[in-house]
Design a protein around this ligand. Sequence first.
Ligand code: HPA
Length: 247
Amino acid sequence: METTLAIIGGTGLTELEGLEILESKTIVTPYGEPSAPLLFGQLNRRPVVFLARHGNPHRIPPHKVNYRANLHALKQIGIKQVVAVNAVGGIHPAMGPAQVVIPDQLIDYTWGRASTFFEDDLEHVTHIDLTWPYTDSLRQRLIECAKSTQAPFSDFGVYACTQGPRLETAAEVARLERDGCHIVGMTGMPEAALAAELELDYACIGLVVNWAAGKTDHIITMEEIQAAIDQGMGRVLRILAELIAGE
Ligand code: HPA
């Protein structure tokens, strides 16, 4: 059974619970090896491909992920739609821990990452359009799936992508908020831009795992992040199961 749909799992989603793995393939790309072997499997008997963005076990920090190899590997095996799962901090008051957010925009604050396929051996300079960084048809499918789970979620959000791996200062988060950002993560870019360069449909499910820095009067702890993952990842998995069931 072939599929054109892939899931890229982030923090808290190194393995896709319930995935029956039929084949694990190490793919070599012109940009090196992806973070992990691609897992070809079935969820509820429907086919899907899964890639752990940070490797399995989780060991590659956000700024060291080989985003180009990850996206290129998916393209090489014939994937056409990519759903990215990203852990994020919440900035908007309605986007607190365990909340699911399906963003519609992003701002890139990263630096020094290999962020394009269009830089070597060019016949002409290429500037892709990224007005809408997330593919609307795929976003709408995610929104329908999220609605059918009856769990609360946000169908909009501006994702700020910071460099990491450290979390932000309170002043940095205040600036992100002034910029119009609603959630903040470290892995949304260059993934979205690279997907666009490869003409892959791309959409994101953000799981808020903490209030962003300065949004509460305490510091951010790994324990609170883990608790929000435990509380919210089930919601993400239900949305993914719905999506894959419709394949
Ligand atoms: N900031 C950046 N990235 C994140 C956060 C955050 O607060 N939480 C999870 N990923």
